[in-house]
Design a protein around this ligand. Structure first.
Ligand code: SME
Length: 160
């Protein structure tokens, strides 16, 4: 059994430090990328309050395809010219969207989503996936969240 319980009173940077540490430990020595994404999706849901969706889209043959996640069923295929996830994978940059209704082309997989954070994950120098977090609260994510998930993505380089 793994016991990675997050303290609800932790300041955000410490919360992310513990999340990255737990993810590094859980994926250490495991070469199955699906298993690693599944465990990291579970950890994100455990450590990060206020989310309605947390998971991965994988970059396969030039488009994104749904990976392991926690949340409601989601759209399976996303082209790189579509949505927040497509923008992150196409540009290789973090997309911090305070209000998804103001983002042209946003894909509403869950009508409850109001803000979104998407961070590319690299395998070496090549993007292999994106981490996608959704919140039902407008403006839920800030620069500390972006930095925290970018740290998580760096820890997963070569593990998914
Ligand atoms: N909203 C995303 C699609 C994925 S769902 O949020 C799970 C987007 O616009 O890319």
């Amino acid at each position: 059994m793994f016991d990675f319980t997050a303290d609800p009173d932790l300041p955000k940077p410490e919360r992310y430090r513990q999340l990255v540490s737990a993810a590094a430990a859980l994926t250490s020595g495991e070469t199955d990328s699906t298993a690693n994404m599944a465990n990291v999706a579970a950890l994100m849901a455990e450590f990060l309050p206020g989310l309605n969706w947390a998971g991965f889209y994988r970059l396969v043959d030039g488009a994104l395809i749904l990976g392991p996640f926690i949340g409601r069923p989601a759209c399976i295929h996303i082209a790189l010219n579509q949505g927040v996830c497509g923008a992150a994978a196409k540009t290789g940059t973090t997309q911090l969207v305070k209000d998804v209704h103001a983002f042209p082309g946003h894909i509403a997989c869950d009508a409850a989503s109001r803000s979104e954070l998407v961070v590319p994950v690299y395998r070496g120098d090549t993007i292999c996936a994106v981490i996608d977090l959704d919140s039902p609260e407008t403006g839920h994510f800030d620069a500390e969240d972006a930095a925290g998930i970018e740290g998580l993505a760096r820890a997963l380089n070569g593990r998914i």
